[in-house]
Design a protein around this ligand. Sequence first.
Ligand code: NI
Length: 208
Amino acid sequence: MRPNVRRLVIALWTVVFIAFIGLAVRVYLATGNSDSMTATTGAPLAPAIGGPFTLMDHTGRPVTDADFRGKWMLIYFGYTYCPDVCPTSLTTMVDALDLLGEAGTKVVPVLITVDPERDTPAQLASYVAAFGPRVVGLTGTAEQIAAAAKAYRVYYAKAKPKAGDGEVYLMDHSSIVYLVDPQGKFHQHFASHQIDADEMARRLRGIL
Ligand code: NI
């Protein structure tokens, strides 16, 4: 073969080869797409957060999640004997709602205790009062608290008391603020230690 004919043959084979690869890729992608369509029409993969709860508020009144319909909720799981994380988170929540002014009145900040043993309604009442009139404290039986925490995927456990501290113990617990919409559906969460009141207010303003 003369060099220019050989070059032409090589060029033709290159075109055929590229066309073949293109076809193979298209077939592969079409197969992949049909697979992913099967996956998206199946059961939702995202785990549900939140749900119904039956508890008691800081005035001793039995309440359920349904009592908060029509209001947004900022739910925080903590406990009144917490030395720092819980008070800081509750302060952030209340300050953010103060910053929102009128819009802030659409939101009820809620503390659900993870320490029902010590957090009686009376104990919760004096604690939440320290954060102003907005905060609702919720307690319940150990089983009711466990069910609510499970629904929100909150971890909590009694920490071992230090020797000599007797009955004094701390609770280990997740520190997350959950925003629940007026229909009672989980909307989003905030990692309370990574956000200050200004930032929480800014993000809430875009939602409420
Ligand atoms: Ni705490």
